[in-house]
Design a protein around this ligand. Structure first.
Ligand SMILES: Nc1ncnc2c1ncn2[C@@H]1O[C@H](COP(=O)(O)OP(=O)(O)OP(=O)(O)O)[C@@H](O)[C@H]1O
Ligand SMILES: [Mg+2]
Length: 235
C-alpha cells in the first residue's frame, strides 16, 4: 500500500533522516515515535510526495492518500461544515461527514468560522476533513498532540471505531508512547537527528481495543518495551 525504501534527506547539508525504509500493508496502523527534531515530519512529507528525498524511493500503489498536518490547516473563509466537506467525494457523502463531525464533537459548532474554534477543535476539524475523503492511507503528523487527555482518549476510540468499519492504513507520528501502543499494530522507534529507524515493536494486543486496556499489565509491558527502545536509541 505504501512502501518507502532507503530514503535519506538533508536540509542545507545537515542530514535530517538517514536510510529509512518502511512498508505499510492495507489496513495496518504503524506508529512512529521519536524525539523532537528527529525527522518524523520530514519522513511523512516524503511519504506524501510533498518533499522529494535526496535518495531512496517512495511507492504508493493505488493509494488514496490523506494527510493530517501537525498544525490544523483550515480554510478561514469556509465555515466548519464547509471545511469538513471540502475533500468529500460527493454530496451523497454528506451523512458520512455529519457522522464524522458528531464523532469529533463538532456538530453544534458546524456553522462557526475556523477563528471561532479553540485549538483542539481546529485540530479535530482537520481530522474530520481528512477522513471525509475516505483515504486508503492516512499520514497523520501528531494529530492528537494539541488535545487534552480526555478528548485525546475519546478520539482514539472514535478513530478505532472508524477503522473497524472501513479499514484504512495509517502512519501515525506521535510523541506519546501509550497512544502509539493503543492504536498501532507496529511501533517504529526513530533515533535523535539524523533520524533512523532503530527498533520495531509489534503490538500483540487483540482488536477491538477498549479503554480499559490502558490499565492492563500487557499494555504496560509493550509501552515499557517501546520506552526502552527510545532510551537505547539515545532519545
Ligand atoms: N524546510 C526545512 N528547512 C530546513 N530545515 C528543516 C526543514 N524542515 C525540517 N528541517 C530540519 O530537519 C530536522 C527534522 O525536522 P522535522 O520537522 O522532520 O522533525 P520532527 O521529528 O517532526 O520534530 P517534532 O517532533 O518537533 O515535530 C530538524 O533539524 C529541522 O530543523
Ligand atoms: Mg514534526
Amino acid at each position: 500500500m505504501l512502501s518507502i525504501t532507503a530514503v535519506s534527506h538533508s536540509f542545507n547539508g545537515a542530514p535530517a533522516i538517514t536510510d529509512v525504509s518502511l512498508t505499510v500493508q492495507p489496513g495496518e496502523i504503524v506508529a512512529i515515535v521519536g524525539p523532537s527534531g528527529c525527522g518524523k515530519s520530514t519522513l511523512l512529507r516524503i511519504a506524501a510526495s510533498l518533499l522529494s528525498p535526496d535518495a531512496g524511493e517512495v511507492h504508493t500503489t493505488g493509494a488514496r492518500l490523506g494527510y493530517i498536518f501537525q498544525e490544523p490547516a483550515l480554510l478561514p473563509w469556509l465555515r466548519v461544515r464547509d471545511n469538513a466537506t471540502l475533500l468529500a467525494d460527493a454530496a451523497s457523502d454528506a451523512p458520512f461527514v455529519e457522522s464524522l463531525l458528531a464523532r469529533a464533537g463538532l456538530t453544534e459548532h458546524r456553522d462557526k468560522w475556523p477563528h471561532e474554534l479553540s485549538g483542539g477543535m481546529k485540530m479535530r476539524l482537520s481530522l474530520v476533513r481528512t477522513m471525509a475523503a475516505r483515504p486508503s492511507v492516512v499520514l497523520a503528523d501528531e494529530p492528537f498532540g494539541a488535545l487534552d487527555q480526555i478528548t485525546r482518549h475519546h478520539l482514539h476510540d472514535e478513530l478505532l471505531a472508524l477503522h473497524s468499519t472501513q479499514p484504512f492504513a495509517m502512519v501515525l507520528v506521535t510523541h506519546a508512547i501509550d497512544e502509539a501502543v493503543y492504536l498501532a499494530d507496529r511501533v517504529l522507534t526513530m533515533s535523535p537527528a539524523p533520524g533512523r529507524i532503530t527498533a520495531t515493536t509489534t503490538v500483540p494486543l487483540a482488536r477491538p481495543r477498549h479503554a480499559g486496556l490502558r490499565y492492563d499489565a500487557n499494555f504496560a509491558a509493550v509501552c515499557g518495551k517501546v520506552a526502552a527502545s527510545l532510551t537505547a536509541a539515545g532519545a
